[in-house]
Design a protein around this ligand. Structure first.
Ligand code: ZN
Length: 412
């Protein structure tokens, strides 16, 4: 991709109504642009990151037997009345048509998936089932000033599991804990598995919390990593010791990037979702649900991986592999060399953002490379002779390498 042709350019200052670090950084670097409060457009660079996050999550859900589907955003009011959540789900958005029909705009999908699964499940042979989607959700947030960390419209992965036996559910819940750990590691986030309450879903749940001052939750956690609980439900306080005698426990603000809930038979009971066991008896299906905020993860990454100059994307979710700069000073020879490097890198399978602007000063190109935060910066210039300057975004050091050496580094 040539920067000169890219839709969505960097800007010097974020609009003054962007107050969170993540939305300031992502807006300045040309990844997102606000539509209304808590609602963002994703520009090409931003969409690339969002898709990479979604693909990592999708890969891991498929690996444990998840089947992807896509459920409606516009839902059935009667189903929400059946579960009682039409009245009790505080953040439910309700869309009214011109004929005064009301539709819940999905903040979650139990009310859609349970009646749907009921049409296909009748016997123990139909279970277990793991169904998920990556889809846009809506929540009527009172305050939405945290950029991508709290949106009125946001992208989420939600998986629902259906089981015949409690012990089968428990086994899957543990598999999900391990899978979430792996997902967040791949996303470059240090997410603590945290005991939490269940809200309108269940008695308890587990949240995946990333420590940052921008977070809206408070967690109590052991510095050795064996304990973390949401401050609202923590059995121990800051300064005390954990069960294993480590201490003192710390308290910190954190952002929830994922959660897993045991649902029991709450929703199966509401919709009469049962299966016939071997004796032909009707038994309610046991359920769990498992969420990851895809767009929120993007906000959390920007919030924790940055420095004074801009974002520092982890490799797996970066919008491009390489940011290529040519310091041409109007010398056609250097421009040709940079064009050649661009072609060779592309041929080697690398995704390159080539800053080919003729009218931008070298300093402006370096500043934009740092702001956009692509993991590797390559510079072709007269001073570097036949070599190319190779620099990691996260490091201050650079080295001069040949093009072949650089391509080899990526393949390693
Ligand atoms: Zn401990």
């Amino acid at each position: 991709m040539r920067y000169s042709a890219l839709f969505g350019k960097t800007i010097k200052d974020a609009p003054k109504d962007e107050v969170s670090k993540n939305s300031k950084l992502l807006t300045r670097s040309g990844f997102i642009r606000r539509e209304v409060s808590g609602v963002y457009n994703f520009l090409p660079l931003g969409l690339k990151v969002l898709k990479k996050i979604a693909d990592i999550v999708r890969e891991e859900m498929n690996a444990i037997g998840g089947q992807e589907l896509s459920l409606t955003a516009l839902q059935n009011k009667e189903s929400w009345q059946k579960t009682g959540r039409w009245k009790t789900f505080r953040a439910l958005m309700k869309a009214k048509t011109q004929l005064e029909t009301e539709y819940p705009l999905g903040p979650t999908h139990e009310e859609v998936i349970v009646p749907l699964v009921k049409q296909f499940v009748s016997s123990y042979k139909d279970l277990p089932l793991y169904l998920y989607q990556i889809q846009t959700k809506f929540r009527d947030e009172k305050r939405a000033k945290s950029g991508l960390l709290r949106g009125r419209e946001f992208l989420m992965k939600d998986l629902y599991s259906f089981h015949a036996q409690e012990k089968d559910f428990n086994k899957f819940y543990e598999i999900m804990k391990k899978t979430y750990k792996k997902v967040f590691e791949r996303l470059g986030l240090d997410a603590l598995e945290t005991l939490a309450g269940g809200g309108t879903f269940s008695q308890f749940s587990h949240e995946y919390q990333v420590i940052t001052d921008a977070g809206e939750d408070e967690i109590i956690y052991c510095p050795k990593g064996d304990f973390s609980a949401n401050a609202e439900v923590s059995p121990v306080k800051e300064g005390e010791a954990c069960r294993l005698g480590h201490g003192p426990l710390k308290k910190s603000k954190a952002i929830e990037v994922g959660n897993i809930f045991p649902l029991g038979t709450k929703f199966s009971d509401a919709f009469g979702l049962t299966y016939k066991n071997k004796e032909g008896k009707d038994i309610p299906v046991i359920m769990g649900c498992y969420g990851i905020g895809i767009s929120r993860v993007m906000g959390a990454i920007a919030e924790v991986h940055n420095d004074a100059k801009g974002i520092i994307w982890p490799k797996e979710v970066a919008p491009h592999d390489v940011y290529l700069i040519g310091i041409t000073n109007n010398e056609s020879r250097i421009k040709e060399r940079t064009d050649e490097a661009y072609d060779s890198l592309k041929k080697a399978g690398l995704d390159v953002l080539y800053d080919d602007r003729e009218d931008a000063a070298p300093g402006a190109k370096f500043a934009d490379a740092d702001l956009i935060g692509i993991p590797i910066r390559l510079v072709v210039s007269k001073r570097n002779e036949g070599k190319i300057e190779f620099k990691e975004r996260k490091s201050a050091k650079s080295e001069l390498l040949g093009l072949e050496e650089i391509i080899k580094k990526f393949k390693a």
